[in-house]
Ligand binder design. Sequence first.
Ligand code: FAD
Length: 421
Amino acid sequence: KPIEQTDIAIIGAGPSGAAAAAWLAGRGHQVRVLERGHFPRFSIGESLLPQCMPHLAACGLMESVVDAGYQHKNGAAFCHGERYAAIDFRDKYTAGPGTTWQVERADFDQRLINGAMAHGARVDFGMTVTGFNADSQTPSLEIINQQGEQSTLQARFVLDASGYGRVLARLEQLDRPSTLPPRAALFTHVEDHISAADHDREKILIGVHPEHQGIWYWLIPFSNGRASIGVVGDPQQLDGVADDDSSRLWTLLRQEPRFARLLENAVPTRDIQRLAGYSADIESLHGPGFAILGNAGEFLDPVFSSGVTIALDSAVRAAPLVERQLEGNTIDWASEFEAPLREGIATFRDFVDAWYDGSLQTIIFHQRQEPRLREMIASVLAGYAWDKSNPYVAVSRRRIKTLAERCAMDAAPLSPGNETL
Ligand code: FAD
């Protein structure tokens, strides 16, 4: 069985793998990415957050995507029955870009990994990682190619960016159940044929089912007249709607008045797809000779489009630490990588929990919101979940609860600082 060597081995060529590969290869390191699929390939996760933009720039990947012609995105709109609320990410508390894109991931992921290759990373497609030998000096991967041939890749450090493959979580028995209940998503792409003047293509539209608060929809327009549409909910509740996934998706979409109206002329361009049980957690994001990026670690929920942001954030946190470790420094991966990464994820988790318990919906649809508070909420929804100067990052759960109670009472507009009174 052949044995090969590299400095850094990366499992998976999605956004987190491509970003880490680009950063490290761009600094002259020897990087080898192993990807089991062949690109371009479909992936879900199409609405980015503005926090992605500095991360792409930090990895030298902005040039790879800036001219792609993606749909400009400046916020998120929410609807529930007659209620409609638009959040503009440019009106936010934290400094940084307020706009981003809505992307077809087949193209986006291809461009990112091409960018990593242009920086010098070697990427092998059609290579599946099947085994791992943890070692603080020389971790190694067992690989199988599409002809069934096995090989070993020895590295000085391994980054697991395998997304839902969760390679090291499985092989190192690090999996732990998510605290979020299991949910399922049904989705497809359509030629949307939306001509409604009141529809803003520059925002993701999130709709809440008229009767079931736990069922929600997304509409993510692309720049080419197509859009990604989907519905998320408790799997049994979704199954009870109709006999097959296509009927379930379209029946539910027609139950929400705005989605029904916007999508009345939509023509699907893909089969309906179902993903379930995607929320996942992990005991540790690092171990001897390895660290875990993006979805291969913890994944929450798609409602706030935080997945790619967290994936890129994990990559730009890990890559400089890998470099320092290869230079002979001792890295405390728990305090320098895992703890700060998890802080932002915890903020998103508080927002996700508050979405499903209804409190965030109460806040979002409350019309008389104090502008500064709206900016703080907008900051987190724009992906700036690591800015501890934002009170809704620092102690998000308690603040959201208190603010929702005030909104529910339709109290007078609140000022920053006294919303906890
Ligand atoms: P991935 O993009 O999953 O890439 C992992 C790669 O690893 C894949 O190419 C895979 O083929 C490869 N791989 C896996 N196993 C192996 C192996 N054994 N050997 C070699 N290669 C392997 N995020 C957003 O930001 N915005 C959204 O709007 C959004 N919507 C979503 C909707 C739904 C329904 C769901 C479930 C998720 C959504 N997400 C969204 C999340 C988003 O899909 C992920 O967070 C994002 O793709 C994670 O990137 P990644 O690089 O960690 O992993």
